[in-house]
Unconditional design. Structure first.
Length: 253
């Protein structure tokens, strides 16, 4: 029997008394709105916030706190795609989705797949100071995180990370080494994480202004700073460096 996960437009969903996602039976879920197929017998449906809160007596949780849950990540991404992708970009005709809510077609009948934006995130290490580059985003205040940004056309992942570091902080980095990846459903991204080394060049005088504060954080600093949520790729990168388990390879090695 199919089961349905109810999510609002902020990624909130009902939970049971153990804090796990609470699903509703198919008959109830089917009547609540447009759904997307997530996996096997699991579907997700976008509902108003009051519906999410009404379903569970034990409160709600948010997708950003379940970054490692692939069911939640896929549900949030596909529902967001359906909400924002309504017309064929080539001719403006309304889109109709397949039964799974995955592939859409307009008047041209060409398949349109959900958009996925590649993004890079990482830790830049200053070996001499035994510190890492962290920053507070101007639009998401209250914690320090890794440098991150989107991949542009014509560059590889390593080049994208080095460019983002330079643009946002003014610092140069090299020996960019891939570490791990994570889907980030809230922005429809696939995050790819890296470690890199600071170069000796002086920092640029101007940055793109996206960051409110930029610091080089020692391990003692990391212990006292507000950091990204556990389970996020950013937090995993920071914790891996904090434990001395990171690896940086020289370019071409």
């Amino acid at each position: 029997m199919a089961r349905y996960l109810l999510l609002d437009d902020q990624g909130a969903f009902p939970v049971d008394q153990s804090g796990r996602p609470l699903y509703v039976a198919s008959a109830a879920g089917e009547s609540l709105g447009v759904s997307v197929h997530v996996s096997d017998d699991t579907y997700a449906v976008r509902v108003p916030r009051e519906v999410v809160r009404h379903v569970s007596a034990h409160g709600v949780a948010y997708a950003r706190n379940f970054a490692q849950n692939r069911t939640i990540s896929r549900a949030v991404s596909l529902l967001a795609n359906r909400a924002r992708t309504l017309f064929d970009p080539a001719d403006g005709s309304p889109l109709r989705y397949d039964e799974a809510g995955f592939v859409a077609r307009g008047d041209r009948d060409w398949p349109i797949f959900p958009r996925l934006d590649p993004a890079v995130i990482g830790v830049v290490v200053d070996k001499r100071a035994d510190a890492i580059l962290l920053a507070e985003n101007r639009h998401r205040r209250g914690f320090y995180s890794c440098i991150a940004g989107y991949v542009e056309h014509g560059e590889n992942l390593e080049e994208a990370f080095a460019r983002e570091v330079k643009e946002e902080t003014g610092y140069g980095c090299h020996n960019v080494t891939y570490w791990a990846s994570q889907p980030w459903a809230m922005s429809g991204s696939l995050m790819m994480g890296f470690f890199a080394e600071r170069t000796d060049e002086p920092p640029a005088a101007e940055t793109d202004g996206e960051l409110a504060d930029i610091i080089w954080a020692t391990r003692d600093d990391v212990d006292r700073l507000p950091l990204p949520l556990p389970g996020s790729l950013a937090r995993s990168l920071i914790d891996t460096w904090r434990a001395g388990k990171h690896e940086i390879r020289k370019a071409g090695a």
